[in-house]
Write a new protein. Structure first.
Length: 197
C-alpha cells in the first residue's frame, strides 16, 4: 500500500468510531513551528497523531519526528509497512501504538497507544495557528499588541499563561473547528486536500 491508500484505510477506521461525527481528521499538521509535520491527526476525545511509513518511506527521520510529537500529542501511533517494524520498534517510545500495514493491504493493530506521559504546554501551543493563538490570548484577557508579535512569540505567551490541561482542551476545540477531511477528499489521481496549522 502506498501513502494515499494507507490514509484511505485510516479514514475508514476512524469512520467506525462512535465519536467520528463530532471529531475532526486533519492532515499534514505543523508541529513545533514547522520542524515536523504529523501525517494524520484525529481530534476526538484526545489529540491522536498517526505517523505513516509506507514501503517506499525511510525511517531516517522517525526519532526526530517522535521527539516533536511527544511534546504535542496525547497519543501517537506508528502506521508502518511490515518491513519497517523490526527496526522501528527501537526508534519509538513504549507508549506509542503500532499498526502494521501488511502486504495484503490490511491494517493490523500490533500495540495500542498509551497516553503520553510528558506532553508539554509549549508543544500544544505550537499546534495553534496565529488566529487560534490570538483567540486564546484574548480569552486570557490580553486584548492588544498582537500585530507586533511573531507566531513564535504568540506561542510563547500562550504557553506561559495556560497549563497543559487548559491548552489541551483549547487545541482539541480548535482542531474540531478546522475543515474536516471527508472520504470524498480522496479522488483518484489527486492528492487529498491538506489542512495545515
Amino acid at each position: 500500500m502506498n501513502d494515499l491508500d494507507i490514509r484511505r484505510s485510516l479514514l475508514d477506521r476512524f469512520m467506525t468510531r462512535s465519536v467520528f461525527e463530532s471529531s475532526s481528521v486533519l492532515e499534514e499538521v505543523s508541529v513545533s513551528n514547522g520542524c515536523a509535520r504529523a501525517d494524520v491527526v484525529f481530534a476526538g476525545k484526545k489529540l491522536e497523531c498517526f505517523e505513516i511509513k509506507s514501503e517506499l518511506d525511510s525511517l531516517k527521520r522517525l526519532t526526530q519526528q517522535g521527539w516533536h510529537y511527544g511534546r504535542s500529542f496525547n497519543q501517537v501511533t506508528l502506521v508502518a509497512a511490515t518491513k519497517h517494524l523490526d527496526k522501528a520498534i527501537y526508534s519509538i517510545p513504549a507508549w506509542w501504538g503500532i499498526i502494521e500495514v501488511s502486504r495484503a493491504g490490511k491494517l493490523i493493530q500490533r500495540r495500542k497507544a498509551a497516553n503520553n506521559p510528558d506532553i508539554k504546554s509549549h508543544g500544544l501551543a505550537e499546534l495553534l495557528n496565529r488566529d487560534e493563538g490570538i483567540s486564546l490570548l484574548k480569552d486570557c484577557g490580553i486584548t492588544k499588541g498582537f500585530s507586533k508579535l511573531s507566531n513564535q512569540k504568540i506561542h510563547d505567551k500562550v504557553s506561559e499563561l495556560c497549563g497543559v490541561q487548559e491548552l489541551n482542551k483549547f487545541v482539541l476545540g480548535a482542531f474540531k473547528s478546522r475543515k474536516k477531511l471527508r472520504k470524498d477528499s480522496y479522488l483518484p489521481q489527486f492528492f487529498p486536500e491538506m489542512v495545515t496549522c
